[in-house]
Design a binder for this molecule. Structure first.
Ligand code: SAH
Length: 236
């Protein structure tokens, strides 16, 4: 008799444990693709909390064509038409971190593309001036940014090699297409103490991502960060 009672108790306990396991699993929260991407960026070494917050806030899927939307939160570049690409999220986060802009800083971006990088900078609180050479892409990006409510971003269709002299100097300059050498006008338009993040190197090859700083005496401090591959910054 005692054995039977014991057996019943074990079965009951097992039954309860089972029921518990089911109720614990049901409401399990699945992490959003945004959140998974941000965790991945942290593991890759992105540390700046403001950058991670901005990456979490901007809906990358709104900046890519319908056909590749399913991959919007994967860490890879995606085509945006006209043979151009939206950069890999890690590169966007790294360049934003290197630029180290603070809320209220004025930042010049060369290569608007989809408008995604500009949106990330705007989330941090920077006033963004962005130039795109392809009219169709520039117009599309301006529309996307307006629709999403990023009204602190100034867009222009034109040649990035000239910069935006009427709005200079800039606290930061970020170049998201690769020139073969550092464009002089962009260095001129950088404020003392300002930073420029720019990939420099041969078209179609591997470029070096550079961090430049304009020192008090006007000289430029240059630091190579990592090898990268960007679409070319085309001359006009
Ligand atoms: N920052 C973009 C990705 C840039 S792709 C994003 O977040 O989506 C590089 C862009 O630079 C392309 O759209 C290309 O047309 C543009 N570009 C190339 N040469 C340029 C130039 N001389 N001036 C301005 N934009 C240029």
């Amino acid at each position: 008799m005692a054995t039977a009672a014991l057996l019943t108790a074990v079965v009951l306990t097992a039954g309860l444990a089972c029921a518990e396991a089911v109720t614990v699993q049901e409401p399990a929260v699945t992490e959003s693709p945004h959140e998974l991407l941000v965790r991945h960026l942290e593991r890759q070494g992105i540390e700046d909390a403001r950058v991670l917050e901005a990456m979490r806030a901007v809906p990358r899927h709104e900046f890519v064509p319908e056909s590749v939307r399913a991959y919007a939160y994967e860490d890879r570049p995606l085509p945006i038409g006209l043979q151009q690409t939206i950069s890999q999220p890690y590169i966007v986060a790294l360049m934003t971190e290197l630029l180290a802009c603070a809320p209220g800083d004025r930042v010049l971006e060369i290569g608007t593309g989809s408008g995604y990088q500009a949106a990330v900078l705007a989330e941090i609180g920077c006033e963004v001036f962005t130039i795109e050479i392809l009219a169709e892409l520039g117009a599309r990006a301006a529309k996307t940014l307006e629709r999403l409510g990023y009204d602190g971003i100034h867009t222009r269709v034109g040649d990035g090699y000239q910069g935006w002299p009427e709005e200079a100097p800039f606290d930061g300059v970020i170049v998201t297409a690769a020139p073969e050498s550092i464009p002089e006008a962009l260095v001129r338009q950088l404020a003392i103490g300002g930073r420029m993040v720019i990939p420099v190197g041969p078209t179609g090859g591997v470029q070096e991502l550079l961090l430049l700083r304009k020192l008090e005496d006007g000289n430029i401090d240059e630091q190579a960060v990592i090898p990268v591959r960007f679409v070319p910054m085309v001359p006009r």
